[in-house]
Write a protein that binds this ligand. Structure first.
Ligand code: G
Ligand code: G
Ligand code: MN
Length: 401
């Protein structure tokens, strides 16, 4: 739902662009429209008004669009941002990527002039994004201290959320990725960005957290008894957890205790925890593999060692990082990474998951390239297992309200 109490800011040094855009916005029913002809004016308006969405030109003689982005980033601006530029497509795509380095809701970087249809589409995309954002972590929140984290966990605040993974050829539910969530005593939710880095500072705390997440998930899964059939469950395992000597044995015993089969359990190896002991890590992965657990490389394409790892350990799956999937239709370089990753997976005979599918078009694109599995907000956001009507075994894309 649009919040008409909040304004929209148009920043452009060309008066004609500002006026045309303001007219479009008026026609769409918005009344609080503010205009600024450069970054300096924009900052003044942003400091004194409640602004839900900013249309911002990049090339301006006095304080350009990047200055505005820097300002918004420093304020942890929660609204939507649409960047406009007169540059050619290649430059637009690189600019959009650069802009994403800021922790901001950049909806798109579009070529000027904007048509009425484009403005309408961008506004509805920004409403969607803000809706999602409202359910997600506010940006730039400081990490929890180790003490607070331990306190919340001890009070039973840790829980497992599940995000569906869909077989693209059949459209059927294939399984779930399990994502950790932490609830404070007042029931507000803390997202992993705020507590995984804290936990990863110590081998004991990330290992303890991982084991608890897995136990939580197994216990939720058990409530459904035999209904789960062959569904798979993927857990995020930091490299540090593999340094804990008994992790594979613990996982084997716990999986058996909850009457799940190791073939249903996927260990997604993340590269976030820096480690120098590659031999130990590889040994532990091989142990898991021999116990019949499945191994997956998470965030494929972002770590330098991914391809080397793919070669030295028998992985079953690779997950193309969402940063490439998200803009693969507008950025030819992302499209190339997605395409090459899928081809590489096919060539070496492992499954490939495209993560970050947000609409039908991207779903069609990766499917046409031969991608096996899709995951993303198009199908569903991570939620408690009880929310899904997954026994129907088909979670259709586009169902998000
Ligand atoms: O959905 P989301 O915001 O939950 O996840 C953000 C990041 O946190 C992802 O990169 C994900 O891999 C990581 N993450 C989520 N749950 C866990 C977990 O249980 N263990 C580890 N190591 N990382 C996790
Ligand atoms: O790093 P890892 O692959 O474990 O990250 C999973 C993260 O991706 C979680 O934070 C999850 O919430 C997020 N995620 C899942 N699907 C989508 C999507 O369609 N769009 C976006 N922006 N994030 C997604
Ligand atoms: Mn993951």
């Amino acid at each position: 739902m649009s919040d008409f109490q909040q304004g929209i800011l148009v920043v452009d040094d060309q008066q004609v662009v500002r006026h045309t855009l303001a007219l479009c916005l008026q026609n769409l029913g918005f009344t609080r429209i503010y205009q600024a002809e450069n970054g300096r004016e924009a900052r003044k308006i942003l400091s004194s008004h409640s602004i839900r969405c900013v249309f911002c030109d990049l090339n301006m003689p006095v304080e350009d669009g990047f200055e505005v982005l820097k300002f918004l980033d420093a304020q942890a601006y929660p609204g939507a941002i649409i960047l406009m530029s007169g540059e050619e497509e290649e430059v637009l795509a690189s600019t959009a990527n650069l802009a994403r380095l800021y922790q901001l809701n950049i909806i798109e970087c579009v070529a000027k002039p904007l048509s009425f249809a484009t403005v309408k589409r961008l506004l509805s995309a920004s409403e969607r994004e803000l809706d999602i954002e409202a359910n997600h972590a506010p940006h730039s929140l400081p990490p929890l201290t180790a003490k607070l984290l331990k306190g919340y966990i001890d009070k039973g605040g840790l829980s497992a959320f599940f995000q569906p993974q869909i077989s693209l050829s059949s459209g059927r539910l294939k399984g779930f990725e399990v994502l950790a969530r932490l609830f404070k005593p007042d029931d507000s939710m803390v997202f992993p960005d705020q507590f995984i880095p804290t936990a990863e500072k110590h081998l004991e705390s990330i290992t303890d957290l991982t084991k608890r997440v897995i136990e939580c998930a197994y216990s939720d899964i058990n409530q459904y008894g035999k209904d789960i059939g062959n569904l798979s469950f993927a857990f995020n395992i930091s490299a540090k957890v593999l340094e804990a000597a008994n992790f594979p044995q613990w996982l084997q015993a716990t999986t058996a205790q909850y009457q799940l089969r190791p073939e249903q359990v996927i260990c997604e190896l993340t590269e976030t925890a820096f480690t120098t002991d590659q031999a130990t890590i590889d040994t532990q992965m091989l142990r898991l593999k021999m116990m019949k657990f499945k191994l997956s490389i998470d965030d494929f394409g972002t770590g330098y060692s991914s391809i080397a790892q793919l070669h030295s350990v028998p992985f079953d799956e690779l997950k193309v990082d969402k940063r490439f999937v998200l803009d693969c239709l507008s950025n030819t370089k992302s499209a190339a990474v997605v395409e090459q990753s899928i081809q590489l997976a096919k060539a070496i005979g492992v499954n490939v998951v495209a993560e970050g599918i947000e609409n039908q078009e991207v779903c069609d694109f990766v499917k046409a390239l031969g991608c096996d599995i899709g995951q993303g907000y198009f199908y569903a956001k991570p939620e408690p297992l009880s929310v899904f009507d997954w026994r129907a075994a088909s979670i259709q894309g586009g169902n998000r309200e």
